[in-house]
Design a protein around this ligand. Sequence first.
Ligand code: GLC
Length: 474
Amino acid sequence: MASTFRKLRVVWTAGAVLVCLLPAISHGSDEVPYVPPKSPVVREKLEWFRDQKLCLMMHFGVYSILGITESWPLSTKDAFWARTDIEWTKDDAEFKRQYFALNKCFNPVRFNGSEIAKTAKRCGFRYVAFTTKHHDGFCLYDTKLTDYKTTAPECPYSANPNADIVKNLFDACRAEGLGISAYFSKPDWHHDDFWENCGIGTRTDRYPTYDTAKNPEKWARFREFAKGQILELVKGYGPIDILWLDGGWVKPSKGCDLGMTDIIAAARQIQPDLISVDRGQRNENMNIATPEQTVPDEPLDYPWESCITMSDGWGYHYDDTYKSPRALIHMLIDVVAKGGNLALNVGPMPDGRLPRPALDRMETMGRWLAKNGEAIYGTRAASVASRGKWRFTRGKDGRVFAIRLWKESDAGSVGVLLNVDAQQGDVVRVRHLASGLDIPFVESDGDTRGVILTFPEGFVRDEYADAFEVEYRK
Ligand code: GLC
């Protein structure tokens, strides 16, 4: 989805708008440049966003109970890929009835927002993204606009004091100083003004089951509903940093105009610095690019966040394969060197806890970040993002960091070639962040400009990656 290409586009730097030749993100055919928000407070908030780097994203909903793909099995036309992990009825209508009835057994009695927030904080995550509602329409907050929610009597979890899961989690995140990104699905397959009769008896796809142009009153009702639900979140759940609206196909060119600009304006009446992510759009409601399951090839100089699953799926799966700690740490470093953030997704288990393999990986990342975070948080892309196994970042104070990604087989290596940016001048000092040791080096001769580091006695190589601050002669 996020292939990069070169074209004329607008960028903004420190408030000035420039037109220049730089990569823009392509989303299918509608290749439109990034449009910076007009509001100065939102621009300032985006600088905060760029400092954060690592987000814990969580997809949680009724699908987590069965460990199936989130929402998508409901779409008949997506069954060919989304129902493959389900040994279930072949009867489409019965399938939908059973899926939607899962609210009657959603009871994550061990969901503990405070524990999740504390773990996320300890492991170096700076903000949390959470599915307040996915496409299936099941709300994990106390919306007044539908009974398909955790707090309605039909759902056993409604008896729990933390039945308003979103409130429980967001309050806990705030208490830990973590930022908050509220995932909300624009499409709602449970709502009669989107999928009539929950799509039961219809060969559904991701769009409304009726022609919105022929039935504008019905669509207007859905518009009001979506607006109402978004404003409930913005009004009733304390400060939210990012409103992350999924379902990019719900847009005017598809006959699905929600009047997003009005909704965002109304939301910003309440929270003026709210960052808006209207996915799939290229307009001023899309303040952050969100490449999905991919990292852009090149640095992008506007705010972006790759959302990537730690395992195979977004929601919890009973048999899942997790990426290795090395792959995750390298991915984070690569994203940061390209100037972006990583929203790393984990699916909580049916009882509400995070799976052990996810926790283990988070702890490993946290240990690495505790030693090397200076080269990660608050940085921007350096003039050169990467050379071979090196990644570079730049502190806002101008300091340059070089991070070496280690393979398992690199064990025991003592000298490495650190390729440095020719424009920066001569290297005068290389400091190993984790130990504070000064690393001796010599200028390399040969074609590649750089210095060769020789690790001194007592230097212990990190298992995954080592970060160095590189000082240049002024
Ligand atoms: C994909 C999935 C969707 C998920 C989203 C997160 O689009 O289909 O279910 O919420 O990724 O970015």
